[in-house]
Write a new protein. Structure first.
Length: 215
């Protein structure tokens, strides 16, 4: 199964589980033709703040139709969410070992305005890949459901609500030091930035350790 490709949805600062798939599978398909689904990682990231896990929800524009294709979905700037999200990230991680080193990689995403959610997520994901120094093979879907039969469909498997997430035998979160672990203990599978800010150059190794297959 791990020698096959895998299909994922787009995701905003995705959880570690999501990123492991780019190391486990020879090709990752990203769904660009589906309709937007609320309350998922498509526009939600979970970080560890002083009061515990905190969701950063990226607002999107509401169209006339309830069904909006994900690649056409525009980001809403009715609220100053960029300032809110960046301040939350700074507050949560400014005392981590690698925040000062990586801050410049992420800050521009909260200063420049992007039009489409899908493009914003893609550029953020590429920044993560650059930091990890990986070059996974990525393809975008051209039609909904038009993916190879051998492709593993994980569009809905990785979900912020545990009751909706599907079992994943190839992911076992590796434990690493978190800035608030003295208060909460280890919180697994947070946004990839939690790992990057806490572990820096060791992040790649921690992602491998979270994968239950040697790659």
């Amino acid at each position: 199964m791990l020698n096959t490709s895998i299909l994922l949805s787009t995701a905003y600062l995705p959880p570690i589980q999501y990123v492991t798939k780019f190391l486990l599978h020879p090709e990752v398909w990203l769904e660009s033709q589906e309709n937007f689904i609320k309350q998922t990682y498509r526009n939600r990231a979970i970080i560890l703040a002083a009061n515990g896990p905190e969701s950063l929800i990226l607002p999107v524009e509401k169209g006339r139709s309830l069904k909006q294709k994900i690649s056409d979905l525009r980001i809403s700037y009715d609220t100053n969410w960029q300032h809110i999200h960046w301040q939350a990230i700074v507050s949560a991680y400014n005392s981590t070992p690698f925040f000062e080193i990586l801050e410049a990689d992420f800050r521009p995403f909260y200063e420049k305005k992007f039009e489409f959610l899908f493009d914003f997520n893609q550029q953020l994901l590429q920044t993560v890949f650059d930091i990890l120094e990986i070059e996974p093979k990525i393809s975008l879907t051209t039609d909904f459901e038009a993916v190879p039969d051998t492709c593993l469909n994980f569009r809905e498997a990785i979900h912020p609500k545990p009751q909706k997430a599907l079992p994943d035998p190839n992911f076992e979160p590796a434990v690493y030091s978190q800035v608030f672990d003295d208060k909460f203990g280890f919180i697994p599978n947070l946004s990839i930035i939690d790992l990057l800010f806490n572990c820096g150059s060791e992040s790649y190794e921690m992602i491998l350790k979270s994968s239950t297959k040697d790659v």
